[in-house]
Design a protein around this ligand. Sequence first.
Ligand code: GLN
Length: 203
Amino acid sequence: MPDVPTIGILALQGSVREHQRAIERCGAVPALVKQAEEIELLDGLIIPGGESTTIAKLMSRAGLTEAIKKAAEGGLAIFGTCAGLILMARETAEGEQGLLGLVDIKVRRNAYGSQTESFEADISIDSLSSKKYRAVFIRAPLVEETGSKVKMLASYQGNPVLLEERRSLVSCFHPELTDDLEIHRHFLKMIEKNKGQVKQKGG
Ligand code: GLN
């Protein structure tokens, strides 16, 4: 029987249902995660968009911050969208240390303006497809600095908006709010590749 991966979606606040639906449409199994123990059972984890300060508070209260950090060190692939990117960043522009510090980037929250200034834009993700990708930005963060190990997969107006570092994937926009499954599929491929490497190491 083929191995169907289980993808956790951090279900504390934000666009949880939309990610759940995207994962289902990709043929993987979504699991809504609210407690630290649930992290161990996953092949990958999505941290959705929403309000990063609220998600951070709820994560810490549930012991999820430490559990996610530990799982990431142990090899768990994690995909953060918008607020999720902020939580996975090394540092914020205000000089605060990022909550999870999984991706070597410095981010400025709400840099593209308020809710009313949310917008859609066509971007190119050359490594995934030759088609244009319609990206939805909602109170999006701006990535101001990237470390040398961070791979930029797409940019908008010269700033990176989709990035990857080892087993972490982050986007400034919301791939779960469009019908295009390209980026969720890419995350599933990252997990597959990661599993192969873990197996090889284990012999
Ligand atoms: N501006 C929000 C924050 O700081 C993120 C917005 C979003 O996830 N759409 O958390």
